[in-house]
Design a protein around this ligand. Sequence first.
Ligand SMILES: NC(=O)c1ccc[n+]([C@@H]2O[C@H](COP(=O)([O-])OP(=O)(O)OC[C@H]3O[C@@H](n4cnc5c(N)ncnc54)[C@H](O)[C@@H]3O)[C@@H](O)[C@H]2O)c1
Length: 515
Amino acid sequence: MFSAAVDRLRKHGNYSTAAAIDQEPINPSVSINYTQLLIDGKFVPAVSGKTFPTLDPRTEDVIAHVAEGEAEDVNLAVAAARKAFDEGPWPRMTAYERSRIMLRFADLLEKHNDAIAELETWDNGKPYEQAAKIEIPMVVRLFRYYAGWADKIHGLTVPADGPHHVQTLHEPIGVAGQIIPWNFPLLMYAWKLGPALACGNTIILKTAEQTPLSAMFASKLLYEAGLPQGVLNVISGYGPTAGAALASHMDVDKLAFTGSTETGKIVLELAARSNLKPVTLELGGKSPFIVCEDADVDQAVELAHFALFFNQGQCCCAGSRTYVHESVYDEFVEKAKARALRRIVGDPFKNGIEQGPQIDTEQFEKILGYIRSGVESGATLETGGDRLGSKGYYVQPTVFSNVKDDMLIAKDEIFGPVQSILKFRDLDEVIKRANSTRYGLAAGVFTQNIDTANTLTRALRVGTVWINCFDVFDAAIPFGGYKMSGQGREKGIYGLNNYLQIKAVVTPIKKASWL
Ligand SMILES: NC(=O)c1ccc[n+]([C@@H]2O[C@H](COP(=O)([O-])OP(=O)(O)OC[C@H]3O[C@@H](n4cnc5c(N)ncnc54)[C@H](O)[C@@H]3O)[C@@H](O)[C@H]2O)c1
């Protein structure tokens, strides 16, 4: 659960003053041991010999050069995964044995928690305390959760008409291709791998080009835990080359993708044009956070702040349209501005830091562009609005008030620390406005009135509604989007369906007296 854990961190931090950006970055102690592709259980260079740099978002310095996988490497990885599925022990061993390997993996991840968290912070820029105390423990929990499912995947007996015994077998879908983004590198790795492994599939996973390091480290541990050769293959590389090769591969049986809506459309088309592999998509969002007239304003301000600014604003479900009832609007804006001014931005390796740098120069420039567009379109810039410091991708926590629905900052996914506060008068109006978007990933509702909560819960066209909370993620809770926020659900029991084929088996009953 992000929110509860962040509360705990907050109690131990000093959040009373804004900190300056450190000029001297803290040196992480972890060493980078794995920078090659993981194919058929071995680390290997790319066929082309090419590498690409992965950068430290605090300094823009190179952390390491990583193998650049392309179509030929994807072919080798798919061949290894195919062989492991068609001939290897993984889909054939008992579900209990699979589950034990996954549990051993979770233990190893736990043992190396701090080293993995360092890699995550170094490569991504997220606060180390967040990675070490929240995200890596969530990864561990998710593998234990799906290890628990491995031996509980049941088929049915079906009461069909006529003298037939009918049963369904729930079988692994086969070779799964998985493409993940950079905002929660190892957590997205876990959401993808957990259910796929529990069901007995083999995998080729492509990491995001911005954050290749933690997945390589973790995958080494998975083999140490006893994973048979070729079951997991990890490719670092770029989207249009390695990612596209995976999405369009004829021998990949299923594709799971998390990233932008634009790329989601591309991979869906590649999957359709190649072998019609089924696709699950977890895409972008522009989630409303609705503060009703009965809200405790101080609590609402704190939660809305968390809903937007968590992870540098780089969450697909960020509460990026803060709708506030007119009766509490002015007070809310004043306090939201004060909260943003208190936000501590700095070297993410330092204790007590709430916000590190954005992921890369592209996102950094994009965010500053949206801030300029907010000012130009007439929204009121309450605080922030610029970069912070002179190096790295740090952005000032930014708050806009008087935002209108048709402004770009209210329509597009900014993916940065930019809060947009809009005013509303009544429930019917805010429902209409909240739903009037191409996205439908999540919503936050802040009210003490159960009837208001019930109405909004049912009226909002989104995959998750958080009532008086936000970003509560748990391995058992399904997550996914309506509309252009995605297709299908990950996590929980629903996540298993993405990785199963259902086979109907029909046998005649010769003596039909006991139908
Ligand atoms: N929903 C989410 O969790 C999420 C996560 C990250 C980014 N985003 C959104 O995406 C925007 C851009 O971020 P991004 O550039 O990392 O997203 P992206 O969609 O470009 O990248 C996500 C993954 O897809 C791969 N990819 C890119 N082009 C591909 C292609 N043609 N074929 C196959 N794979 C391809 C990338 O290499 C990466 O692994 C963000 O501003 C944000 O709006 C959403």
